[in-house]
Design a binder for this molecule. Structure first.
Ligand code: AHR
Length: 477
């Protein structure tokens, strides 16, 4: 099979917001406890933060970290996680029927994010709590001092304000599983009033409203429209969440599942723009795709089946090579929508459907899905470029005929670096990809990486072989 593709700096989608390469750290299973935080572990620092996991997260290239949930946030009291550790209460987390010791909280999270060199993204509880507690949390975090809550932060050892700039107004409020689940109108009003009050305190913050928990939700579409009609003026982003898995051994459909992600993004953008038009607003919202990944939910028996435990092993999926290639297609989808998707977080960072796995007291290691993320987070800088591959199609049961080759590209005008990220979805045959780079005056292929390792390249090479079911990174300069 032969395919063609043109790379040209004029085909610019938009600037790449580096926050596309985010992750979620939730108090769920072993993401926090024995994941990123394990006092007493040989690699733990003075706060109990695992430096081996920090090193891997740095290598992964994570730029923004959403915290503390996920579903967990919707019954969380942030005050439980600050102050001397010995005085912090042990509570029941209703989201995951887990025992929460609160030994890790806001201060530890901020220390961890700073050591990582990433941006914080904090979610407030709009499930069992509301406007008052959200504003109190913002005061504790961002107000310099001289008030009860900001002085409490200072007393707890953090004299400088955290300066958290990015805030999620709740989590998956459309989901009946969510503590404090709401109708779109109820949530939209609460998000509007909470956002307004938070902005009064700190006008510089960016706010994310909850969109749908998935494209499959019965309220999808109308949820976004109703929510945004209430809170459009107060927010900067609408969230999206999507998880995919292989069903009944149908690998071809699974390899094609990013077409669903593409359509989902287009529909959310269209709905946000519909509200923009209705409200005559000059503002254009962006998407925060703040949960996405491969998740084998067929192995999940529901929260009600869980026993009350502390840091249980929850959804610790083992990822295959195909899973990693599919993760690559989602990254391609996100980069290809760089004009409208400003933030994205792979869910989650450690142990829970994660690229990093740890053992309590033991080592930390990379899963297969680590690699495509690390490649793109490390290399995609500057502008996202539109690529329109001419390629054969694959017939899939779930999505019909789907292009065998999917790709996205970046061009950094500052360095001249051009990078193409490409997946061959065809499991049966390689693709011979003919590249046209005339717009880049003599740029040459320098490296061709696969999931593991590199392929040899030669000067003047314009045809590249993409192996069956493969993730490929082509660097030009
Ligand atoms: O990432 C796991 C869970 O998936 C999150 O807590 C929730 O927001 C979503 O349903």
């Amino acid at each position: 099979n032969v395919a063609q593709l043109t790379l040209d700096p004029a085909f610019r989608i938009g600037a790449i917001d580096r926050r596309l390469f985010g992750s979620l750290v939730e108090h769920m299973g072993r993401c926090v406890y024995t994941g990123i935080f394990e006092p007493g572990h040989p690699a733990a620092d003075e706060l109990g933060l695992r430096t081996d996991v920090l090193d891997l997260a740095r290598e992964l290239g994570v730029t923004v970290v959403r915290y503390p949930g996920g579903n967990f946030v919707s019954n969380y009291r942030w005050e439980d996680g600050v102050g001397p550790r010995e005085t912090r209460p042990t509570r029941l987390d209703l989201a995951w029927r887990s025992i929460e010791t609160n030994q890790f909280g806001l201060g530890e999270y901020m220390a961890w994010v700073r050591r990582l060199g990433a941006e914080p993204m904090m979610a407030v509880n709009l499930g069992t709590r509301g406007l008052t507690e959200a504003v109190e949390l913002l005061e504790y975090a961002n107000f310099p001092g001289g008030t009860r809550l900001s002085d409490q932060r200072i007393k707890n050892g953090d004299t400088e304000p955290y300066g958290i700039g990015l805030w999620c107004l709740g989590n998956e409020a459309d989901g009946p599983w969510q503590m404090g689940h709401k109708t779109a109108y109820e949530y939209g009003r609460l998000a509007a009033e909470t956002g307004r009050a938070m902005r009064r305190l700190d006008p510089g913050i960016e706010l994310v409203a909850c969109g749908s928990s998935g494209r499959h939700m019965p309220t999808f579409g109308s949820w976004e429209a109703t929510v945004l009609e209430q809170c459009y003026d107060q927010v900067d982003f609408i969230s999206m969440h999507a998880y995919y898995e292989e069903h009944h051994g149908d690998t071809d459909s699974f390899l094609a599942s990013a077409v669903d992600m593409d359509a989902f993004i287009d529909e959310v953008v269209a709905t946000a723009d519909h509200v923009k038009a209705k409200l005559r607003s000059p503002k254009r919202l962006r998407v925060s795709f703040d949960e996405w990944n491969v998740w084998y939910q067929r192995d999940w028996h529901g929260e009600a089946a869980l026993e009350w435990r502390q840091a249980p092993r929850l959804i610790e999926d083992d990822y295959s090579e195909i899973d990693a290639v599919v993760v690559g297609t989602y990254l391609i989808s996100l980069l290809g929508h760089a004009d409208r998707v400003g933030i994205a977080c792979q869910a989650q960072l450690a142990n829970v459907i994660a690229p990093i796995r740890t053992e309590p007291g033991g080592p930390a290691r990379k899963q297969t899905t680590f690699h495509p993320f690390a490649h793109m987070a490390g290399l995609a800088r500057g502008d996202a470029l539109r690529v329109e591959p001419v390629t054969h199609q694959i017939n899939t049961d779930a999505y019909g005929p789907v292009p065998a080759l999917t790709a996205a590209a970046s061009h950094d005008p500052a360095t001249g670096a051009v990078v193409l990220f490409a997946v061959n979805r065809d499991r049966t045959a390689p693709i011979a990809l003919d590249l046209d780079l005339r717009g880049f005056n003599g740029a040459q292929l320098r490296t061709h990486r696969l999931l593991h390792g590199e392929r040899a390249t030669r000067p003047g090479q314009v045809t590249v072989e993409l192996p069956p079911a493969s993730w490929n990174v082509l660097e030009f300069s």
